[in-house]
Design a protein around this ligand. Sequence first.
Ligand SMILES: *[C@@H]1O[C@H](CO)[C@@H](O)[C@H](O)[C@H]1NC(C)=O
Ligand SMILES: *[C@@H]1O[C@H](CO)[C@@H](O)[C@H](O)[C@H]1NC(C)=O
Length: 835
Amino acid sequence: MRVANSIAVAVSLIGAASAALYPRDYETRDYFALHLDETAPPSTVAQALGARHEGQIGELTGHHTFSLPREQSADADAVLVSLKQARKLRRRSGEGAGPRSGDPLEGILWSQKLDPPRQKLFKRASPAPQKGPAKQSARAKADVKQLAEQNKLMEALQITDPTFKDQWHLFNAAQPGHDLNLTGVWLEGITGQGVVTAMVDDGLDMYSNDLKPNYFAKGSWDYNDNGPEPRPRLSDDKHGTRCSGEIAAARNDVCGLGVAYDSKISGIRILSKPIDDSDEAAAINHAFQENHIYSCSWGPPDNGQTMEAPGLLIKRAMVHGVQQGRGGKGSVFVFAAGNGAIYGDNCNFDGYTNSIYSVTVGAIDREGKHPSYSESCSAQLVVAYSSGSGDNIHTTDVGVDNCFNYHGGTSAAAPLAAGTIALALSIRPELTWRDVQYLMVESAVPVNEDDGSWVDLPSGKKFSHDWGFGKIDAYALVQNAKRWELVKPQAWFNSPWLRVHHEIPQGAQGLLSRYTVTEDHLRGANFAKLEHVTVTMNINHTRRGDLSVELRSPKGIVSHLSVTRESDEEPQGYVDWTFMSVAHWGESPVGEWTVIVKDTNVNEHTGQFIDWRFNLWGEAIDGATQPLHPLPEETDDDHPYEEADVATTTVNAAPTKTDLPSNPDDQPDRPVKPKPAESSTTTLPVEQQSPTATSKSSASATPTSTSDHLSTYLPSFGASKRTQIWIYASLAMIIIFFIGLGVYFQLQRMKRRRTNMNDDYEFEMIEDEDEMHPMAASGGRSQRRGGELYNAFAGESDEEMFSDDDEGPYRDHLNQPAGHDRPSSPQDRLLSEKR
Ligand SMILES: *[C@@H]1O[C@H](CO)[C@@H](O)[C@H](O)[C@H]1NC(C)=O
Ligand SMILES: *[C@@H]1O[C@H](CO)[C@@H](O)[C@H](O)[C@H]1NC(C)=O
């Protein structure tokens, strides 16, 4: 016992250094993540549970992993579950911590049994690498003046990298202006010195002569094979190296240049095998004082069917990263928007890209066109260059001096954003993670402004769901960074949970719910200036893809929080899903916000809008008194469809005694919100609303939000003045709604036209065998591939496994054309899941 104890202590010490002493063994053991307070040392907890302490979860203070042999874990599991129940009861009764019995297990603040690793993250390589030079003959048409300028630049900076002239994204000699506009930045001597970007991916070839000079070992780790060197080991491990080259390929005689060619690059290897949530959480905080930027070109599958967010531990790690990383200035997370646009996917269905803590980057091609793969959403901040219009991104590849000419997808766009952020941080290391986002917003350049996707914002900026605030201009970014005044700390305002419980009408009607933000709300929240808006919602529906949601600001700016997805057959709606929008950045949030839930497909699939919560994030009024946001909590651990009850209790700002729907006449049971008319709910249009359609649950919701409410619109047209006002307001809303609908469809039409135009470009689709796993064809419904497969063959050498792969390990030659220009086969679908 003593021995076990001292091992546990030793492990806990080592654990802090993120190296797991014992490799994970999910075959025979069960793993638990626990959040402990200071009264519960991990060794004591381990002893009490009869568990082995595996170590702290990366940099997440107080969070530890424990394990037990599977056959012994049931007891510990039961204990943890009952402790969880007890905590919940204590919370509900408002007891809080309360008196302690001295049991160390009472120091457990949160626990979760870890799911065995499954491959849920996918690289976002190009679904359709462009064969080039194609019809446009990009290189052949190089502009004489541009070429002269390019030569001058190369001379001035002593650039001798052999493929620099192919790197149109750095300097586009054929299509002037369609590049990152780096010339002026580099000529000022700003090349990324002192900044480290961590490439969170499938490895980084630190023995590539193009990356070796800038490789930062101290910030690197292999979470797949548990070791300090995140070297590519599988024949498929090339993505991370290619992405790394875009950021930090050295100025030398190998391949091309990175955007920040004097910055450092770390490798954090997580994509080559499935990893569990505690490892993923550790990975995104890895060496977070040394690593400044985390470049992430992966995410849940981009198949237009998946709606996945990181688990709580990972969410906590992200928040911990922006609060404690980089000396408290915050880790900068950069995520690829996703490649699922051709499948109707949208980056608000991905919990990484729609996090307020990440810079979400879509793609634009070398002719300034929108690549058909690049996803749109209201959470997209900017776009950066990538594949399309007959060319791809030219970068470094795995191997001593190998180059790769077919990198693409939003996978290739995100690292370019990371590289330009590295340039900005190299001259202003004190920029916080939010300053970085501000600078992206301020510096992005709108493109194709007449394509119908742009909206003029009250802030004076323009926003597009397709392009975010525009394309990155490195020169503008760096100039703005030089004189940027740091923003005050982050403040937030959360509405209560807003109970709706109403059927969603089908067709052109929408279910509308309002929430009014007042000056008092903002003052009370120390809230000065709006940045992100999030809406967390519960909807139950038998076909998720039928739903769409928009958010309208008091100034009439519309965020399309979600869109219909043709292939999303999931027989559930949105379960505590948080959508995000950056479209209201800089807008005054005071006034009435409206959420409209639509089910435009008239069919047998129906559902209810259960509840929602509206959250504003922005800059504090008084920075000195503003605390850090608490780490995210679990919304609930019950069955998703029961969470409406939890939400109901949350609606009442004060703690309630019961979750049961209360008697509407019994006001004291349902404390009203401080301000009347804060929230109201109705369906449109009114005249089609029969009295019976107003469900009991809606009626029961009435007292929660006072006067201006549902019961008032029961068709009693000759009724009170208030009702009449309400009806007129509704009619006005209807008119606005239909005008909005008209505009929306017009936009959609324009968008379709644009897409069709893009389709006219003939490019030969080539299969990147590199990215396509031999087993991919067996994918079918199951999206799992790659790592899971490797896992299934655990124990066998990966090299052996792939020895029959018909390709050599290093490859930058042209692949075989697939002979079709739109992915449709299962293989293609699988390809698209990588960014
Ligand atoms: C690009 O950089 C140059 C300086 O090198 C600057 O004058 C220009 O405004 C920047 N932006 C564009 C769109 O050219
Ligand atoms: C949605 O929830 C309501 C209330 O809990 C229930 O009556 C209804 O059947 C549910 N609908 C679906 C599609 O699950």
